[in-house]
Design a protein around this ligand. Structure first.
Ligand SMILES: C[S@@+](CC[C@H](N)C(=O)[O-])C[C@H]1O[C@@H](n2cnc3c(N)ncnc32)[C@H](O)[C@@H]1O
Length: 218
């Protein structure tokens, strides 16, 4: 059952979407509590269907070094860290210190604190400053910043690695003309154009929940 309205795509038929969520196995106590907290406090998390996709991509690619841009209370971070296993390292980033301290407590309770490094500040600047490249970069920052996030992330993904971005259909608004002051929709539309034009990326936009774009770097 869809318990949280922010999991609805806005463009998939309700019964189809209910069905997709009904199929999902129950989550453990920490993850369930985070889903409830996110719903009550209107924190937009990826939810369990997209989380399973991230987890699958980490496992099939064998990714160990992961950078997350825009982590909030750490819901997606925990799924990434669990999938990466004990040798994995996930960098959490968020501009909001209160969300970061709540996330740290969840990481401890989920048993993955040792695999996660918490960095507070602007995710784009933090990524620019970080050394080396990453097996996976997951992007979920402010939508108006998506084109800039792409520019920063591209050199930081290793060749053959993945750059994954959430909300690329934006409740269906991405496919319709945007108002000139709708910076979020315009940002997503430009991002979608840029990734499909890029010679360095092989993107697939998956219409799951709010749209997830998975790009392999050539
Ligand atoms: C959609 S939420 C992230 C949800 C998280 N990925 C999950 O699914 O559990 C977006 C978060 O990104 C943060 N954020 C937005 N733009 C940012 C930026 N440029 N740098 C750091 N954090 C940013 C916001 O504070 C917010 O907590």
């Amino acid at each position: 059952m869809i318990r949280s309205e922010n999991l609805r795509s806005g463009y998939i038929q309700d019964d189809v979407e209910e069905y997709l969520y009904q199929l999902l196995p129950e989550r453990d106590d920490v993850i369930r509590e985070m889903e409830e907290y996110a719903q009550q406090n209107r924190i937009p998390i990826i939810g369990p269907a997209v989380a399973r996709l991230l987890s699958l991509l980490v496992k099939v690619s064998g990714a160990k070094r992961i950078f997350e841009m825009g982590s909030a209370i750490g819901y997606s971070t925990i799924w990434l860290a669990r999938a990466a296993g004990p040798k994995g390292k996930v960098i959490y980033t968020d501009g909001d210190p209160e969300k970061a301290s709540r996330a740290k407590e969840y990481f401890r309770r989920a048993g993955v604190a040792k695999r996660i490094e918490v960095r507070i500040g602007d995710a784009l600047e933090l990524l620019k400053k970080s050394s080396g490249t990453f097996d996976i970069i997951f992007n979920d920052v402010a939508k108006s910043q998506y084109p800039a996030a792409l520019r920063v992330a591209l050199p930081k993904v290793k060749r053959g690695g993945l750059f994954i971005t959430d909300n690329t259909l934006w409740s269906g608004k991405a496919v319709r003309p945007a108002a000139p002051d709708d910076a979020d929709t315009l940002g997503i539309q430009e991002f979608n154009r840029l990734v499909y034009e890029s010679k360095q990326l092989y993107p697939v936009l998956i219409p799951l929940r709010d749209g997830v774009t998975v790009c392999r770097k050539n």
